[in-house]
Design a binder for this molecule. Structure first.
Ligand code: GLU
Length: 508
């Protein structure tokens, strides 16, 4: 069938979007864009008990941050709205009635206690062809009684009438065809009169149909529901336009077996949510990728490769490149281990690609947070600092560790480095070095370096000891970029005064 590609991401606003949900959204988006299709964001808020305030806003903000653009949705509008299920009650009611009128669904009055008793009485009880006539429903009860109960306002549910003993063949674009027998299915609840809302199964089918969804791309946890969904399409007479199904493999723990959970993130130190989440009930705060210093492009690239590959060995891919290459042919059927260290690697790579001036802009708030008066430093200075140390960072915040000494003189000196590099004769040599530096015609790295090296050689000093002692006075420890790049940036006065301070403060 050749029809316009229309996909939907259909989260339930029951809490923050999990990183697995983000990947589902991303694959929907990549597929839609790849085929010039539409991306719908549908809010599935039919489970009133699990509704969490703030969750919908969080979903919108997370997708916007990640650059996953929505064509139709609550905010965006569109020709197929409303896009929030709680606003589609009359549509569902009408469709429930259609199934009831056609004899494909029935009304059931069993109370929770009655259902409990039925389960207790029969091991593996299932509400289906073998049991439904012993339960309280419109198939087992006289019509008059059913009408009276409804008229009295007795709460009821509508159940899907599953015909037993039928082979249902379902197709998944990743997994191929699977045949299951309808006898293993139960008569699923489609609608509850108590809150006048449909269940996920009904709402999903009706909406996907009415919104002309061409591909349902969702998590593997919904695979067991696929046969039921097929039967619902059939019951409505919509089998011809039923969407294609794709059930994405699970995200797995980075180590060991099983599904990725929030606890894995806490245990191993990585976020499982795109943005920081403040739980409105408990007040607990969970960190997000954004707040942990990840760039959205890096998160996207990392997630795209968890369950898909481009068919070649490219790794760094922009959203546009991902769109260009995306196809289900290269999606894996088995779960993808959540290699969070790879996520850090991607972030490192994207930071390297970033323009130095742009990175400097991101560094300024970090400097401020550490009490640096950034007005004292020019934009060029900060940009140069960034260019010198950026290859050592995975996150913007790491810039502070790598570059603090460009903004504040060391207040302490590493004991370990003093022991190794600060000898008895070091103060004398450092004083001579000061004279050499003062006499340099140019303080530029490339000009200063050969002069100083020649002086060291001439004197017969140990190069490593001299340079490391020098570095210790400038940085506070024996690390950092090329020393003459540091001195060029610090300037002659600051360099000399740091050596003087070092001579005073460091005692071998
Ligand atoms: N509301 C469901 C969820 O939160 C959607 C599943 C689907 O995409 O069909 O996962």
């Amino acid at each position: 069938m050749n029809r316009k590609v229309r996909v939907r991401f259909a989260p339930s606003p029951t809490g923050p979007l999990h990183i697995g949900g983000v990947r589902t959204a991303l694959y929907n988006y990549l597929f839609a864009r790849r085929h010039g299709g539409d991306m719908i964001l549908r809010i599935e808020d039919t489970d009133s008990h699990r509704f969490v305030p703030g969750a919908e806003a969080y979903i919108n903000e997370a997708l916007a941050w990640l650059g996953i653009k929505i064509d139709e949705g609550v905010k965006e509008g569109g020709a197929y709205g409303p896009y929030k299920q709680s606003e589609r009650r009359d549509i569902y009611r009408e469709h429930v009635k259609k199934l009831l009128d056609a004899g494909k669904a029935y009304i059931a009055f069993d109370t929770p206690e009655e259902l409990e008793a039925a389960r207790a009485a029969k091991p593996n009880f299932q509400y289906d062809a073998s049991t439904r006539m012993s339960m309280r429903n419109s198939l087992s009860m006289p019509a008059g009684e059913v009408e009276k109960l409804i008229a009295d306002g007795t709460p009821y549910v509508v159940r899907f009438l599953i015909e037993p003993g039928r082979d249902v063949e379902v197709n998944d674009l990743l997994r191929g065809k699977v045949v299951i027998n309808s006898s293993i299915l139960d008569d699923k609840v489609l609608y509850k009169s108590a809150d006048d809302l449909p269940t996920y199964h009904l709402a999903n089918i009706v909406d996907d149909h009415l919104m002309e969804v061409s591909h349902v791309i969702r998590g593997e946890e919904w695979l067991p529901s696929a046969p039921l969904h097929y039967l619902l399409y059939e019951a409505f007479g919509w089998s011809d336009t039923r969407p294609e199904f794709v059930h994405l493999p699970l995200l797995l723990k980075p180590d060991g077996k099983g599904k990725l959970s929030k606890r894995d993130g806490d245990r191993l130190g990585f976020p499982v949510f795109p943005l920081e989440w403040h739980d409105p009930a408990s007040g607990a705060i969970s960190t997000g990728y954004r707040e942990s210093g990840y760039l959205p492009e890096a998160v996207i690239n990392f997630l795209a490769l968890l369950g898909w590959n481009p068919g070649d060995d490219s790794e760094i891919m922009s959203m546009d490149e991902l769109i260009e290459k995306f196809s289900f042919d290269h999606c894996s059927r088995s779960g993808a281990k959540f290699a969070f260290d790879k996520g850090r690697w991607f972030n490192h790579e994207y930071l390297q690609k970033m323009d130095d001036a742009e990175l400097a802009e991101l560094f300024i708030p970090v400097l401020k947070a550490h009490g640096v008066d950034t007005d004292k430093f020019s934009k060029e200075y900060i940009t140069c600092v960034v260019s010198l140390v950026k290859n050592r960072i995975n996150f913007v915040a790491d810039l502070w560790d790598q570059a603090r000494f460009f903004f504040v003189a060391p207040a302490e000196y590493s004991e370990k480095d003093i022991k190794k590099r600060w000898k008895e004769d070091t103060p004398v040599i450092m004083r001579e070095l000061i004279e050499q530096l003062k006499a340099l015609p140019s303080f530029k790295s490339a000009d200063a370096e050969p002069v100083i090296l020649a002086w060291v050689a001439d004197k017969g000093y140990h190069l490593g000891n001299v340079m490391n002692a020098f570095r210790l006075t400038l940085v506070g420890e024996c690390k950092g970029p090329h020393i003459f790049d540091i001195t060029e940036l610090l300037g002659r006065d600051e360099t000399v005064s740091r050596i003087e301070r070092g001579i005073e403060a460091i005692k071998a």
